[in-house]
Design a protein around this ligand. Structure first.
Ligand code: NAD
Length: 298
C-alpha cells in the first residue's frame, strides 16, 4: 500500500532510491542540503519538504542516505528529526556508518518514542538506479517486516542480520573480506607476472580452483579474463577506492574497539587509505593492483 516517506540525503545513492519509491507509487517528501540535488529529485516526482524536520513530521517512514554517522546522529538530535516525527515513526538508516553510531541512533530513536532499523546497502549507484541493491538490516522483527515491503522496491535482496547495528556489522565484515581478497588477488597476479605466468592461465586455474572469489571472478583486477571488469576500462568505477577505504576504516575502528586481531583487515585499511588519497581517488578499488606492481621489489 502507498505510504508517505521522508527521504533525507538525495545524493548518488539517495537520488535514484527516492525516484524508485515514487515510481512504485509512494509519496516521497525529500530533503538535501544541496539545492541542485533537491531540484533533480523534484524532477523525478519527489516533493520538496522544505526541511528535514518537515519531511519527518509528515512521514510514516523516514529513510536517511547520508555520508557518515555524524550526519545521521546530527539530524536525529540537533536538526530535531526525532522530535518532529509522529510517535512510532519508523526510521530506516541506509547510510554506511560506524556500528557504534548505528546503535546510538537506535537508542536515540527509541528513547524518543520512535522505531529504528539500520539497513546499509551494497550494489552501488548502478544497483540504486536499477532497484537491485542488497540490504543488510539490523533491528526488531516487526520493524524489519515493515521495512521489507519498502526495501524490496529498492533492492533484490533484503537480509535481516540481527538486532540494532547488525546490518552495519554485516556490511563492514563483508567489505573487509572484499578489500583483503582484492589485495590478495592483485599480489598473486603480480607474482605470476614476475614468474612469467600469463594472466589468463592464472585466471583459468584460480577461478575454478580454491583461489576462487568475487575479486578474481567478477571484478578481476587485470584486463582480459573478465571483459566486464573495471580493469578493461582504465579502472573507471565500479566501486570507487575512496568508498572501499571508508568501509575498511569502519571495520578497522570496530576491530580495534573490540580487541579483534584483524591483521590483514587493518593492513588493507592502511593500503586503501593511501591508494584512495593518491592515484586511486577516482579509480575502481581493483586499481590497487598498480600500487602492488609499482612498489614491488624487482
Ligand atoms: P553522497 O555524498 O552522494 O550523498 C549524501 C547526501 O547527503 C549529499 O547529497 C549531502 O548533501 C546530503 N546531506 C548531508 N548532510 C545532510 C543533512 N544534514 N541534511 C540533508 N542532506 C544532507 O553519498 P552517496 O554516494 O549517496 O552515499 C551515501 C551513503 O551510502 C554513504 O554512507 C555511503 O558509504 C553509502 N554507500 C554508497 C555507495 C556508492 O556506490 N555510492 C554504495 C554503498 C553504500
Amino acid at each position: 500500500s502507498a505510504r508517505t516517506i521522508g527521504f533525507i540525503g538525495l545524493g548518488h545513492m539517495g537520488g535514484p532510491m527516492a525516484a524508485n519509491l515514487v515510481e512504485a507509487g509512494h509519496r516521497v517528501l525529500g530533503h538535501d542540503l544541496v539545492p541542485e540535488l533537491l531540484a533533480a529529485a523534484v524532477g523525478t516526482g519527489v516533493t520538496a519538504a522544505g526541511s528535514s524536520a518537515r519531511a519527518a513530521a509528515a512521514a510514516d517512514v523516514v529513510i536517511t542516505m547520508l555520508p557518515a554517522g555524524r550526519h545521521v546522529l546530527g539530524l536525529y538530535r540537533e536538526e530535531g528529526l526525532l522530535a518532529a516525527a509522529r510517535p512510532g515513526t519508523l526510521f530506516i538508516d541506509c547510510s554506511t556508518i560506524d556500528v557504534a553510531d548505528a546503535r546510538s541512533g537506535h537508542e536515540a530513536a527509541t528513547a524518543a518514542g520512535m522505531r529504528a532499523l539500520d539497513a546499509p546497502v551494497s550494489g552501488g549507484v548502478v544497483g540504486a538506479e536499477a532497484g537491485t541493491l542488497t540490504f543488510m538490516a539490523g533491528g526488531g522483527d516487526t520493524e524489519f517486516a515493515e521495512a521489507e515491503a519498502l526495501l524490496t522496491v529498492l533492492g533484490k535482496k533484503v537480509v535481516h542480520c540481527g538486532g540494532s547495528g547488525a546490518g552495519q556489522a554485516a556490511k563492514i565484515c563483508n567489505n573487509m573480506i572484499l578489500g583483503v581478497s582484492m589485495i590478495a588477488v592483485s599480489e598473486a597476479f603480480v607474482l605470476g607476472e614476475s614468474l612469467g605466468l600469463s594472466h589468463q592461465a592464472l585466471f583459468d586455474v584460480a577461478s575454478t580452483a580454491s583461489g576462487q572469489c568475487w575479486a578474481l571472478s567478477v571484478n578481476c583486477p587485470v584486463p582480459g579474463p573478465v571483459p566486464a571488469s573495471p580493469a578493461n576500462r582504465d579502472y573507471r568505477p565500479g566501486f570507487a577506492a575512496p568508498l572501499m577505504a571508508k568501509d575498511l576504516g569502519l571495520a578497522a575502528n570496530a576491530a580495534r574497539a573490540g580487541g579483534v586481531r584483524a591483521e590483514l583487515g587493518l593492513r588493507a585499511a592502511e593500503l586503501y587509505a593511501a591508494y584512495a588519497e593518491g592515484a586511486g581517488t577516482d579509480q575502481d578499488f581493483s586499481g590497487i593492483i598498480d600500487t602492488v606492481r609499482d612498489s614491488g621489489v624487482r
